[in-house]
Design a protein around this ligand. Sequence first.
Ligand code: ADP
Ligand code: MG
Length: 421
Amino acid sequence: MISFERVTKRYPDGTVAVNELSFTAPDGAITVLVGPSGCGKTTSLRMVNRLIEPTEGRIAIDGTDVRARPAAELRRSIGYVIQHAGLFPHRTIADNIATVPRLLGTDRRTARARAHELMELVGLDPSLAKRYPYQLSGGQQQRVGVARALAADPPVLLMDEPFSAVDPIVRKGLQEEFLRIQGEVAKTILFVTHDIDEAIKLGDKIAVLREGGILAQFDSPERLLAEPADEFVEQFLGRDRGIRRLTFYTSTGLSLQEGPVVASDTPAPSARDAALSAGTPWLLIVDADRRPLGWADPAGLPDQGPVGNARLTGFGHAFVPGADSLRAALDAAVLSPTGWAVGTDAEGRVLGVISQEAIGSAIRAAHAQASTERERAAEKAAAADESAKGEPAAEAAAGTGADPAGSDAPPSDEVPLEQAR
Ligand code: ADP
Ligand code: MG
């Protein structure tokens, strides 16, 4: 857990880069700092590993002031990834990754083995180990940067626009890989970006900063999209907020209809009569494996032969209930020529179909449920507050003032990375 407690940074020229910033980045989660250029993101991040010292306030990791430890030691316990990877150009990939373990006294062989292990973790072929950074693509260099930051297995990772310098496709790959790795390593991560879509995709929590280093909102991505705190946040979030929010709702609860799903060898007249009497507007024709072939209009079915011989309309793309979000389900319905979405299992076998209207009802139900949960959480928090008031001892303990770093004179603002490591 990393806590910012009313942290202010005023540079010697008077610029207030960060202004009374308070928030807590939870353990094992990705907390994103996002905001326009110059709003104090980098400054905030660099105060955690003491490359910059705050003017006022305190930053604590698991309750301990970061100033309680010598800066160099602190930095070895915190992984740091920056834009353009910041690799040492004269060292091989393996040596770059092994930098911190070597500094910590790990023998060369063990460090090399660890480097190879990490290369595999971040999706790099270990055959690249002997290359130099300039012999790698930008995306590969970023992966090395991530591997290097993870090498000493630090509990905390700081990442400053790590994927901003690579092209959009490589970037998307890096983001997905990063989420997969975090699923395995569960680090406490502070991640800086100016890209709100990246923040929403990666963040468990998001701190939106505005010009002057002021915290505009601290929330989960879903809450941010649902209720931006003010006009600035709303503007910054951009368009299609409602649709993007649906990414956070599961499609598990959608009730798919099996009635309109018909095997292609079914006699057309019986399929037609059944559909017309049930009032089914469309039939989804499937093959022997239950894979979708296309939609048929029941009224237009021929008087003889199997339904598979009828003229079929394409079904667009399907969604996988449970694995996909309500956004994907709605998208499938919107793109379907019939307005009905096709739900399949992971292997592409049809489970059933659902109309746009039914998905719309599910969206309204999900909204209602989310707001009920929010109200319950708020009530619980209020009750906890109330009971905390009754226990002054707990409050006193939480605010222990013993600050071993209080007397430490902060070193100069900028410590070169090379020297820091
Ligand atoms: P971000 O990372 O969000 O783009 P920064 O934290 O780099 O923002 O900078 C925040 C503000 O502090 C900006 O106005 C920037 O110009 C200013 N700033 C950054 N470093 C210094 C410095 N060493 N001296 C004076 N001002 C600085
Ligand atoms: Mg920056």
